[in-house]
Ligand binder design. Structure first.
Ligand SMILES: [Zn+2]
Length: 419
C-alpha cells in the first residue's frame, strides 16, 4: 500500500512540476520574476508577482448576491461598475484575480424555511435553487466574455489566464444540495461543477457538519455509508472533495478515504482562532506531501468571525492564519478562499477583491519568497486540481464503475440491484 502511495505521490509531483513549467511557459509576462529583482516596495513587489501568478480564489458568493439582491435578473447586474458587494470587474482586475470558484450556494433547508425531516427525505427545493445558481453564474460569465471564461479543467484555468481572462469555476457548497443523490452529483459535474463541499452548516445524508462557531452533536460520526460512496464517485469523475464546513471526524475520514487531493475552499486555522469552522492542527497534520499525508490545499477564509476576536480581523491576522497553516501543512498546502459577497463584514485592509495584493505585500515583508507566494495565489490549487484530474483519469482507465448507491432511507425507488 505504501509503495502504491509512493508511486502516486511521485507521479503527482512529476505532474505538478510539469504543470508548473507549462504554466510558466504560458505566462504572458516572460520577464516575470523567476529571475531578476523585484521592486523594493512590498506592494509593488506583490503586484508584480501577482501579474504573473494571479489569485485563484476558492470561494466567492457572487451568484448568491445576485439571487438575494437582483432576484436572479442578470440583465440588472452591472459588473463593469461598482457593485453593492465586494466583487466587480474593475476591483477584480485591481486585485490581480486570475480565477475564482463561483459558489453556487443554497442555504441548508432549516436556514431557508424548510424542514428536511430527520432523515432528510422531505422536498426542500435545494436542487432547483442550485440549478438556478448555476444558471445565474453561467449567464454572468457569458455576459462578460472578454472578462470571464468558464473553466472545467486545470488546462482551462491556464488557458483563461494566458488570454488575460478570469477563469470561472463552479463549486457547490454542501451535499444538502444533492437531494441525497449521487446521480445529481454526476449531473452537476456535467454542468461544470468542480467541487462539492461535503456539508454546509447542517448535517446532511452524507456527512456531519462542524456547525458555525461551535460543533453540533454528531449525527453519523463523520461520513455516512452513502457519504463514503459519494467520495469514491467524486474521485472517479474529478470533482474536488471540499472539506470546509465539515466536522473534524468527517474531514479525517475523508482524508483517509480519498484517492485524490482535497481542498478546503474557504477555511482558516483553529489554532489561531478557536471556532469549530476553522481547521484544527490534528487535521492539518494529515495534509501534506509526506508519508501518510494527503495532498490538499487549505484556502484561508477572510470572514472576521473566523479570523479573530471582534474588531481584530486585519491583513496581519489573516496573514497569521496563512502562516500557521503553512507551518503545519507546508507552504505548498495553503491558498485563499475569501468568502467575498458571502460575508457582510470584512477584515480591515481586505475590504474587497481589489485588496489581495496588500495581503501578499504583508507576507512578502514576512519573508515569503516569490515562489511561495505564487503557490499561495494559485499554484497550489492548480497542483491539487491537476492531481484530482489525474486520479479521475486513472480510475476511469482502470474501468472503475459509476457509484450506483442509493440513499438507504429512500422508499421511492427500488432496492439496489445486485450485480
Ligand atoms: Zn461557506
Amino acid at each position: 500500500m505504501s509503495k502504491v502511495r509512493a508511486v502516486v505521490h511521485g507521479l503527482l509531483t512529476v505532474l505538478f512540476v510539469a504543470g508548473l513549467v507549462v504554466f510558466l511557459l504560458l505566462s504572458t509576462n516572460h520577464e516575470w520574476p523567476w529571475k531578476g529583482s523585484l521592486p523594493k516596495d512590498p506592494l509593488k513587489a506583490a503586484q508584480k508577482i501577482l501579474e504573473a501568478s494571479p489569485v485563484i480564489d476558492g470561494h466567492i458568493d457572487l451568484p448568491e448576491l445576485v439571487r438575494m439582491v437582483y432576484a436572479n435578473n442578470v440583465s440588472a447586474v452591472d459588473l463593469e461598475h461598482e457593485m453593492p458587494g465586494h466583487v466587480d470587474i474593475p476591483r477584480l482586475r485591481k486585485g490581480r484575480v486570475g480565477g475564482f470558484f463561483w459558489s453556487v450556494y443554497t442555504a441548508c433547508p432549516e436556514h431557508a424555511g424548510y424542514d428536511a425531516g430527520e432523515d432528510f427525505l422531505n422536498a426542500t427545493w435545494r436542487v432547483r435553487d442550485t440549478l438556478e445558481q448555476i444558471d445565474v453564474a453561467k449567464l454572468l460569465i457569458d455576459k462578460y466574455p472578454n472578462t470571464f471564461q468558464l473553466a472545467r479543467s486545470s488546462q482551462d484555468i491556464k488557458d483563461a489566464i494566458t488570454e488575460g481572462k478570469i477563469a470561472s469555476l463552479l463549486g457547490v457548497e454542501g451535499a444538502h444540495q444533492l437531494g441525497n443523490s449521487i446521480a445529481v452529483l454526476r449531473q452537476y459535474h456535467e454542468l461544470g461543477v468542480r467541487y462539492v463541499t461535503l456539508t454546509h452548516m447542517c448535517h446532511n445524508a452524507f456527512a456531519d457538519s462542524c456547525g458555525f462557531l461551535e460543533a453540533p452533536e454528531p449525527l453519523h460520526g463523520g461520513l455516512s455509508e452513502i457519504g463514503v460512496a459519494l467520495i469514491a464517485e467524486m474521485n472517479r469523475i474529478g470533482v474536488l472533495v471540499d472539506l470546509s464546513h465539515t466536522a473534524d471526524a468527517t474531514a479525517k475520514q475523508a482524508l483517509k478515504l480519498t484517492k485524490a487531493p482535497v481542498i478546503w475552499s474557504h477555511s482558516s486555522s483553529r489554532a489561531i482562532w478557536n471556532v469549530s469552522r476553522n481547521v484544527p492542527d490534528d487535521v492539518l497534520e494529515l495534509v501534506g506531501s509526506g508519508e501518510n499525508k494527503t495532498d490538499g490545499v487549505v484556502m484561508v477564509n477572510f470572514a472576521p468571525y473566523f479570523v479573530g476576536a471582534e474588531g481584530n480581523a486585519t491583513i496581519a491576522s489573516v496573514a497569521d492564519h496563512v502562516e500557521h497553516i503553512a507551518k503545519i501543512a507546508g507552504k505548498k498546502h495553503v491558498g485563499l478562499g475569501s468568502d467575498y459577497d458571502g460575508i457582510e463584514d470584512v477584515p480591515s485592509g481586505l475590504e474587497d477583491v481589489s485588496k489581495y495584493p496588500q495581503l501578499f505585500a504583508e507576507l512578502y515583508k514576512r519573508g515569503w519568497s516569490r515562489y511561495d507566494l505564487a503557490g499561495l495565489s494559485g499554484g497550489n490549487l492548480l497542483r491539487v486540481f491537476e492531481g484530482a484530474e489525474a486520479v479521475a483519469r486513472k480510475l476511469q482507465q482502470e474501468g472503475t464503475q459509476p457509484a450506483y448507491d442509493i440513499y438507504k432511507k429512500r422508499t421511492d425507488i427500488g432496492k439496489k440491484r445486485e450485480l
